[in-house]
Ligand binder design. Sequence first.
Ligand SMILES: C[S@@+](CC[C@H](N)C(=O)[O-])C[C@H]1O[C@@H](n2cnc3c(N)ncnc32)[C@H](O)[C@@H]1O
Ligand SMILES: [Zn+2]
Length: 276
Amino acid sequence: MYICPVCKKRLKKLDNVLHCQNGHSFDIARKGYVNLLTTVKRNPKNSGDNTEMVKARTSFLDKNYYLPLAQKIAKTAKDSLKSKKEPMIIDSGCGEGFYTCVYAQALSDAQIFGIDISKAAISHCMTRVHLSGITNCEFAVASSFELPFIKECADMVISTFAPVSNDEYARVLKSGGKLIVVSPSPKHLIELKRAAYDKPYENKPNVYGLNKFELSSEQIFEYTQNIASTQDILDLFSMTPYYYKTSAEGIQRLKKLDSIEVTCGFCIQVYTKKKF
Ligand SMILES: C[S@@+](CC[C@H](N)C(=O)[O-])C[C@H]1O[C@@H](n2cnc3c(N)ncnc32)[C@H](O)[C@@H]1O
Ligand SMILES: [Zn+2]
C-alpha cells in the first residue's frame, strides 16, 4: 500500500526493509513503524509534536476525557462507511494514537493506517497498539501533504485537529470515498479561556478550502467534563493552540486551579469526494 516518498513507486517489504524498484529503501523500526519522510523533509523545525508535547497529550488522553469524542467519531465513521467490508482508513495527523486505537477496536474488520509527521508521536502509537493487542493498524512517519499511499486506495480519511490537505486526501480516496474532519466548536474549552484570559473569545470555524469534496453532514458534539487535577488542566491547555499565545500570568492563573468543569465541543464534518 505504501509508496516511495522519493520516486512514488510502490514499496515492497523484504525482511525488515521497504524497497522500491529504484533502489530507495526504508527500514522498519524495531517498534514496527516506518519513517517515510525523505531526509530533506526531516526538518526538526517542521516535525510536528515533540516528545514533551506527545507526553502531555498521552497523559491527558489516557484519562479518557476525550473518549466520548473518539467513540462518536468511530460511530460516525461506521455509519458513513455503511456496511463496507474491510474498509481501508487513513488517520491523517494521528498524533500518539489514542483515537486510532479506538477506531481500530470499533471497526475491527477495517485496516487502519496512522500517519503523523512527528516521529515521537508515531513511536508512541506502536506502544499503544502493542499494549492493547491491536493488530489492524499500521503506522508511518509521513506528512499529510505528501501521503505515502497509492492513489484511490482508501475508503476514508479521518483528520482530527490536524492539518488538512484537499489534494492529497482526494488523491488517495476511492471514488465516493469519505473524509471526516474534526475541529473545535466555538465553545470548546471556553471555561479554560475564561480562567486564563481577561477577554476570552470563542473559536472561529476553520476554513479548509476542500473544493474536491462535498460536505455531506456537519454536527456539533458537546459535553462537559470535570478536569480533575492541576496537572490535567495544564496538559490539556498545552494541547491547544492558545498555549503558546498565553502570558506567563495566564499560565499562573491556571496553575492555581485544582479542577475545572469545561465544555468539550467539537465540529464533526463528513465530506464525500466529488466525482470528476
Ligand atoms: C493537535 S495534534 C492532533 C493529534 C491527534 N489527531 C489527536 O487529536 O490527538 C496535531 C498533530 O498533527 C501533526 N502534524 C503537524 N503537521 C503535520 C503534517 N504536515 N503532516 C502530518 N501530521 C502533522 C502533529 O505532529 C500532531 O501530532
Ligand atoms: Zn523510490
